[in-house]
Design a protein around this ligand. Structure first.
Ligand code: GLU
Length: 293
C-alpha cells in the first residue's frame, strides 16, 4: 500500500513550507489511494514543546488533512532506537565518542601525519577525524555519543564495489531518477556520523529510518534540504535490513527575499495566517496546490 508521511518537529509553529510539504503528501496519498502518516519528531527535548504539538494537530485539521493511525511520537520510542543501536553494535559498526566540537575542530585544524589531509576544505568542515574510533562499545559512558564506523560499515556490506551498487530511487523533480551510493563520497562527506546523541540515545538519521520502516512508509516526501542525507539513510536501511522506500524531495518555500522560511518567522505561520482571516484554500493557493487544479 502507498504510504507517505509528514514528520514535523514540534519546536515552533508550522509555516507555509510545512503546509506545502503536508499538502504534497496529502495529494499524493489521495492520488494513490494510500495512507497519510503523521509523526512528531520530538527527540530534540530542549526545543520540543507540547503547545507546538497541539498547534500542529490544529493546523493540519484546519487544512482538512486526516491521518489514518494515531500520530507517532519519537520520544515514546527511545527503546526501539536503542534496539537498532544494539543491532549496529552486534555487527561491530559503531563506537562511543566523547569528543566535543572543540576537540573535533582542533583535530581537523592540525591533521596528524597518519590522517588524510582535508584538501582545500575548511579546517572544521571535514568528517569526524576518528579520535575515538578504536573505542569498544563496552567503554560507553553517559557522556558519550555513538558514531557509525563508516569504513567498517562499507566492509560489512561487501566493500567498495558492492556498496557502489546500492541505490535509491527519487521521484522529486529536481533529483528525479536512480541514485547510486558512492563509498568514497560517504567516507569523505559523511564519515562516522552520529547515530545516537549523548542527551538522547538516537539521532535524526537513525530515528527517521527506523520509523519510516516501522510505519511501512513507501514514499518519503520531505524538503530538498534533506536530499543530501538520503545516502546515509539508504546505508542504514541496508545495514539494518529494512525495506527501502522511494524518496520525493520537494522544493522549499521561500519568503519574498528568497530566504527559507523558518519556524521563528511568525508572520508566515499557518496560525497567524488563519487568524488574519485566510481560508485553507488561500493557503493552498499560496503554495501552489489549490483544490480546483
Ligand atoms: N522533522 C524534520 C523537520 O521538521 C523533517 C524530517 C523528515 O521529513 O525526514 O524539518
Amino acid at each position: 500500500m502507498f504510504r507517505d508521511r509528514f514528520a514535523p518537529s514540534p519546536n515552533g509553529l508550522l509555516h507555509l513550507g510545512h503546509a506545502y510539504s503536508a499538502l504534497t503528501v496529502w495529494e499524493g496519498v489521495l492520488r494513490n489511494h494510500g495512507e497519510f502518516i503523521l509523526r512528531l519528531e520530538d527527540i530534540d527535548t530542549a526545543r520540543s514543546r507540547s503547545e507546538f504539538e497541539e498547534a500542529i494537530f490544529e493546523d493540519l485539521e484546519w487544512l482538512d488533512l486526516e491521518w489514518s493511525t494515531p500520530a507517532m511520537r519519537q520520544s515514546d520510542r527511545l527503546d526501539i532506537y536503542w534496539q537498532a543501536i544494539s543491532q549496529l553494535d552486534s555487527l561491530g559498526v559503531c563506537y562511543p565518542c566523547s569528543c566535543t566540537r572543540a576537540d573535533i575542530r582542533n583535530a581537523l585544524a592540525a591533521p596528524q601525519e597518519s590522517q588524510p589531509s582535508l584538501h582545500g576544505q575548511q579546517p572544521d568542515a571535514g568528517p569526524y577525524p576518528g579520535l575515538c574510533r578504536n573505542r569498544p562499545m563496552s567503554t560507553l559512558s553517559e557522556n558519550d555519543a555513538i558514531r557509525l564506523d563508516m569504513l567498517k560499515s562499507i566492509k560489512l556490506l561487501g566493500g567498495f564495489d558492492a556498496l557502489n551498487k546500492l541505490h535509491f530511487d527519487e521521484v522529486g523533480e529536481s533529483h528525479s531518477g536512480r541514485h547510486h551510493l558512492c563509498a568514497s563520497t560517504l567516507l569523505a562527506c559523511h564519515g562516522d556520523f552520529v547515530v545516537a546523541r549523548k542527551d538522547v540515545r538516537t539521532s535524526y538519521h537513525l530515528a527517521v529510518v527506523v520509523d519510516d520502516a516501522e510505519q511501512e512508509v513507501s514514499q518519503v516526501t520531505r524538503g530538498e534540504d534533506l536530499f543530501g542525507a538520503t545516502a546515509v539513510h539508504r546505508l542504514l536501511y541496508e545495514i539494518l535490513e529494512l525495506r527501502v522506500p522511494v524518496w520525493n524531495h520537494h522544493r522549499l518555500i521561500r519568503d519574498e527575499t528568497g530566504k527559507r522560511l523558518a519556524k521563528s518567522r511568525n508572520s508566515s505561520s499557518i496560525r497567524s495566517l488563519r487568524k488574519s482571516g485566510l481560508k485553507p484554500n488561500d493557503i493552498r493557493e499560496m503554495v501552489g496546490i489549490p483544490y480546483d487544479r
